[in-house]
Design a protein around this ligand. Structure first.
Ligand SMILES: Cc1ncc(COP(=O)(O)O)c(C=O)c1O
Length: 518
């Protein structure tokens, strides 16, 4: 058996100034030499003592490195005869395990039909990166991390104005005294004090009467939509979706195997009578009644009552998405549809993504009493509950009054930004854009002149560093009015002004280049 003598210094070069710990450098050197063939399978290695002397490090450092190499299968040690390079290397096994893609007839194991449908379903704008390459519905694109907001990103609040110092102070307080609550499995419904704080908050701000038991914490509204759809729909069930509608909801319904029935939205919100005509026996209706996404209209009282009446007679569920209802400017707050529901038909979905920050990934369901136990059992099958620390921090943030204070402050700032957007549109975009329904939420719909393609304008705007989501993206059928969805929350008035000029230039160039037409 060949045994190397004083060879360690040849394949291990230590750099004491590098940030990499010494044992890791030894590990890297030996592993590299094994993988390159410098150290052949079966070759005996110097003793750890010899290695340590060669390299001028402690034996403990070498033992650490050898421990790692042994654990990963690069070397083997026998008590009698020392340490050797393994005859069968883990990397060789890995290479062998890689699919022989090039071989004729090779087929990947396939995704489930559900998996394929999920991958092909459209996702919503803000989280898929900022450059709206011409959107092609149904063509999967891997989500990318969006860079810092540009005007007029939708769906993102002003995260730079979040009171991080307060949040950090609360976090520091809890991290100094970590309790078992933060370390152990918790209730599947979420941290009880947070459920109580949410029940109290929605009672006052959304007119919802519910107990803390009915509040179930989820990782953002998207998980709530996905979870509720899977719990309440069987594959093939018809589900009403607002047309145009929220892509995240559409994807959740697709994931549940639902047959989506688009139901038109007009100035009074979802056209309930049209829904009843198209799919009277649907098992669910997804609605965003306080601020319809994307058109921004509110569901009228008459339609709310009609929807509840239909749900009762059809034994259907209503999935109420109340994503940004806390933002209404200069007009009365609207109560949630849930508050009008006498029969326990409405499953309410709330989120902290718009009121605090989206990376928090905390939202909540408010479920009818008779669903509570079954939903809790199913939460335990899914991810059990969201991380405890964030829930604990959020509880204090709400209970100590920071949440309401932040909301009040942001309402004022968003109202100013909305006015800045309307003002700059008046000054720069008269004739190019008509802004409608601008008294609530975090984005507006800007109609384009008939005949111009919103997808083309969106692409031209992206080239000018402006995000303008094409309205047609949100339709399952054809959209009759071309338009853009413009978010105004995440950048200040100055950037809104610059963004508007760029947007108008994008509209003009689209027209000039004749790409506006169908
Ligand atoms: C209408 C609507 N519903 C739900 C959500 C999802 O929010 P979350 O970040 O809580 O998943 C969004 C986010 O943009 C939204 O616009």
């Amino acid at each position: 058996m060949t045994r190397l003598r004083r060879a360690s210094a040849v394949f291990v070069r230590l750099d004491p100034r590098s940030g990499t710990p010494l044992h890791r450098q030894i590990y890297d050197g030996v592993r590299g030499a094994i993988l390159s063939g410098t150290l052949a399978p079966g070759v005996g290695l110097p003793s750890t003592r010899g290695f340590a002397e060669d390299l001028g490090v402690s034996r403990t450092t070498v033992l650490l490195a050898f421990g790692l190499l042994r654990a990963e299968g690069y070397i083997v040690a026998t008590e009698a005869s020392g340490t050797f390079v393994a005859r069968e290397l883990p990397d060789a096994l890995l290479v062998a395990a890689r699919p022989p893609k090039a071989e004729a007839g090779y087929r990947h194991p396939s995704l489930s039909r559900r998996g394929e449908a999920i991958v092909a379903s459209p996702r919503s704008g803000p989280r898929i990166g900022s450059r709206p390459r011409p959107f092609r519905i149904g063509v999967p694109t891997a989500p990318r991390i969006a860079p810092a907001p540009r005007p007029f990103r939708i769906g993102t609040p002003a995260v730079d104005l979040f009171p991080v110092t307060t949040w950090a102070r609360i976090a520091a307080r809890h991290l100094r005294r970590i309790t078992t609550v933060m370390l152990d499995y918790g209730e599947p419904g979420g941290h009880r004090p947070l459920r109580e704080a949410i029940a109290a908050h929605v009672g006052v701000s959304r007119g919802i009467r519910c107990s803390a038991d009915q509040v179930i914490l989820v990782a953002g509204a998207q998980q709530g939509l996905d979870f509720a759809a899977r719990m309440l729909l069987d594959p093939g069930d018809a589900a009403w979706l607002e047309e145009p509608g929220y892509l995240g909801a559409r994807s959740a319904l697709v994931a549940a195997g639902a047959r989506i029935v688009p139901v038109p939205v007009d100035a009074e919100g979802l056209d309930v009578a049209a829904g009843v005509r198209r799919a009277p026996r649907a098992r669910m209706a997804y609605v965003s009644p306080s601020h319809q996404y994307p058109l921004g209209v509110a569901l009228s009282l008459e339609r709310r009552l009609a929807l509840l009446k239909w749900a009762r007679s059809a034994s259907a569920w209503i999935l109420e998405d109340d994503y940004d209802s806390e933002y209404r400017y200069g007009c009365h707050p609207l109560t949630a549809l849930h508050g009008l529901d006498p029969d326990g038909r409405v499953v309410y979905v709330g989120t902290f993504s718009k009121t605090l920050f989206p990376a928090l990934r905390l939202g909540f369901l408010i479920v009818p009493e008779d669903l509570v136990d079954r939903f809790l059992m199913a939460r335990a099958v899914a991810d059990q509950h969201p991380p405890a620390l964030e829930q604990v921090l959020l509880t204090d943030f709400i209970v100590e009054g920071h949440f309401s204070r932040h909301l009040r402050r942001m309402r004022g700032i968003y109202q100013e930004r909305l006015e800045a957007l309307l003002d700059s549109a008046r000054r720069h975009a008269a004739g190019a854009l008509t802004i409608r329904s601008a008294d609530s939420g975090l984005q507006v719909v800007a109609e384009l002149a008939p005949g111009i393609r919103d997808v083309a304008v969106s692409a031209a705007a992206a080239a000018r560093d402006v995000e303008a989501s094409p309205l047609s993206l949100y339709y399952l059928g054809e959209s009759l009015t071309p338009g853009l969805l413009l978010g105004f929350a995440s950048v200040d008035a100055e950037r809104i002004e610059r963004g508007m000029r760029q947007l108008v230039a994008a509209i003009e160039s689209t027209r000039r280049e004749g790409k506006g037409g169908p």
